[in-house]
Every structure is written in C-alpha cells, then in structure tokens.
Design a protein around this ligand. Structure first.
Ligand SMILES: O=c1[nH]cnc2c1ncn2[C@@H]1O[C@H](CO)[C@@H](O)[C@H]1O
Ligand SMILES: [Zn+2]
Length: 360
C-alpha cells in the first residue's frame, strides 16, 4: 500500500503543467477583485474550485478549454502573472516536485497592454521568487518555462522566436496547445523548422482529442521531441492477440524506437474524453510495452489534482509500486529540456536517493 503522504515525499518530475491551469482558487478571486474582472462563475474559493472541476469534466476538449477564459482573464498584469508563477512553484515544491517545466501562452496575456517580452519576463521573475521561497522552506526545485503558441491562432513563429530569445533566461522549450481537431501541427511548420534550425526543443500536444494523423504529423513532419498526451498512439497498436503479442504499426514503432516521451496526464485525459475512464487509460499498456511514459498533471485547478494525486490514481488503478514510479520519474527526467549534465545530476543526486529512502 502506498499513501498520498508518501507520494508527496517522492522526488517527482513534472513535464506537462499549464500555468493558467494551476491557479489557487483563492488567488483567482483575489486577482479578479484587484483587476476588475467581473465574470467569475462563483464568489467563494470552495464554490469556485468546484465549478472549475465540474465544468472541466465535460468529456470534450473544446468545453474543457472554455474554463481557461476565467484564469487567463485574471492574468493580464505583471503583478498577477508574477504572483501566479510564484505560487505555482511554491505549490509544486510543497508537493515534492523537484523539477518542473511549466507552460503558458504569452499571446493570451496581452489584453491589458503588456508586450510578449513583458509577459515572459513577469512569469520568469515569479518562478525565481517561488524557487527562492521554496528553498528557504527547505525544498529544492528546478524550474523551466515552455512557451506555448495557440494552435488555432497564427502567432507560432513569433512565439518560437520569443522562446529562442529567452532561452538563456529560463525558457527551455516551446509547445502548441488548444483545440486539436481542425488545427493540425503542420499548420505551424515554419515555427518548428525555425526551432530545429536553432537547435531548440519543443513538444506538441498531439493524440489527445484527435487520432493518429496528429501524432504522425507532430513527429514525422514537425520533428517534436516529445508528445503532449499522445494517448491515441494506441490507435496504431493491435492488441487483439494480447499484450504479449501486440502488433505495432509504423507510427507506434517509430515513437517507441525513438524513445519519444509521452507526457500523459491521467485525470485530464478522462475529463476531456481522450479516454473513456481511468480503467481504460492506456498508460499501463504503454508502460508494459516499454514506451517512454511520464506522469503529469496538465491542469491542477481544472482536475483538482497534484502530482502526488496522479501517482495515487495510477497506484489505485494499476497497482504501481515505488520501482515503477521511480522508472516513470527517471523517464521524465531523461526527457527534460535541460542540459544533459543537469538531468544526470538530478537523477543521481536527488531522484535515486529519494526513492531509495521510500523503498527502505
Ligand atoms: O490538455 C490540453 N490540451 C490542449 N490545450 C490545452 C490543454 N490544457 C490547457 N490547454 C491550453 O493551453 C493554454 C496555455 O496554457 C491554455 O490557455 C489552454 O487553452
Ligand atoms: Zn496540456
């Protein structure tokens, strides 16, 4: 038996977490008051938390994404962005996350007159404050930012350039997110070609609300280093003869052969309808087939979750123990957009010793 308290002690690595999907409910209320945002669907923290969770439980990615209007709505000033970023790092560190890549879409935070550069600057300042505060309370955490471009919009090249401009100041990579159906990754090919020419890292949300063609484009046309979710890679795996005799198609084989990391987010995947239920989540099948699976939160506010809770969900569903969680964590650390030496140091000096303690 594993408890959530023990999961909190495990040194965890988080590659897929949206800044605008992880606000504290009380902070949403404070910021709405301070910035004059008057469209919140509830006026106390408990009711607001419940609203986000319930509204996100929609079974559709498009409906799930509508809830972000309220978080993005209160994140339009430097003070707001800095606070949300600081609290994000403090909350992750308190949950025992030792390395996190946190993503957000700068283009969504320009409504009150900030420039793209000012948005990124404010978030990075908040991350640094959070890191220092966590350190002061005895929790070490390393944080990197991923800049997201919205896949329905047309600013991906500009955001890719922004990511490269800030690459030595805390931005470690690039991503595209938003409604997947109708907005294939190849729409943003020029951004990905630019990033490849700059030797910059990127991940792509693919295979969540849309199937295999999206994954195929993301890796074969665009050259993604990692896949956001990627659960639908199972569309290319024939399991009719059982897991031991699984037959992989060309795309699934390529993903596995190239060790392309899958940033899977169990609770989020159930909420958006990417999978029918937790019991149906392909995490375990993909793990057994030795895909490079990682555990992530996606949106802690909308899913009312933490990394520890995602571990617990997987423990309860699939019976994972510490050796499994250590493997998923090392998978994630190996897949981070951090220089090799720093990844290795975190694995050897933080992750392995931490799990050794838990395993007694
Ligand atoms: O699971 C997801 N799939 C696709 N897009 C998402 C997901 N979660 C959040 N966002 C989108 O990413 C933006 C930047 O953080 C959010 O505003 C939201 O629209
Ligand atoms: Zn996501």
């Amino acid at each position: 038996m594993i408890t959530v308290e023990q999961c909190r002690l495990a040194p965890k690595v988080l590659l897929h977490d949206h800044l605008d999907g992880g606000l504290r409910p009380a902070t949403v209320l404070d910021l709405a008051r301070e910035t004059g945002y008057d469209k919140l669907p509830a006026d106390d923290a408990v009711a607001l938390a419940r609203w986000f969770r319930t509204a996100a439980d929609s079974g559709s990615l498009e409906k799930y994404l509508e809830t972000f209007a309220h978080t993005v709505g209160v994140m339009q000033t430097r003070i707001a962005l800095e606070r949300v970023a600081r609290e994000c790092v403090e909350d992750l560190a308190a949950d025992g996350v030792v390395y996190a890549e946190i993503r957000f879409a700068p283009e969504q935070h320009l409504e009150a007159g900030l420039t793209l550069d000012e948005v990124v600057d404010a978030v990075l300042a908040g991350f640094e404050e959070g890191r220092v505060a966590a350190r002061a309370s005895g929790r070490g955490i390393v944080v990197g930012a991923l800049l997201t471009a919205m896949r329905h919009a047309a600013r991906s090249r500009e955001i890719a350039e922004l990511a490269v401009r800030f690459r030595d100041r805390g931005v470690v990579g690039f991503d595209i997110a938003g409604a997947e159906a109708g907005n294939p990754p190849s729409r943003h090919l020029d951004a990905f070609e630019y990033l490849r020419a700059e030797c910059a890292h990127f991940t792509i949300h693919a295979g969540e609300a849309f199937g295999l063609p999206s994954i195929h484009e993301a890796i074969a046309f665009c050259g993604a280093d990692r896949l956001g979710h990627g659960v639908r890679v199972t569309d290319d795996i024939d399991l009719t003869a059982g897991l031991g005799s699984a037959r992989l198609g060309r795309v699934a084989n390529y993903v596995r052969d190239k060790r392309i990391p899958l940033e899977m987010c169990p609770s989020s995947n159930v909420q958006t309808g990417a999978v029918a239920s937790m019991a149906d989540h392909p995490f375990d099948k993909l793990a057994r087939l030795r895909f490079r699976v990682t555990v992530n939160t996606d949106n802690r506010l909308m899913s009312d979750t933490t990394m520890s809770r995602e571990f617990m969900v997987l423990h309860e569903q699939f019976g994972y123990g510490w050796a499994d969680f250590e493997r998923f964590t090392v998978n994630a650390m190996k897949s981070a957009f951090l220089p090799f030496g720093e990844r290795l140091a975190l694995i050897d000096d933080v992750i392995k010793p931490g799990f050794r303690v838990l395993m007694g």
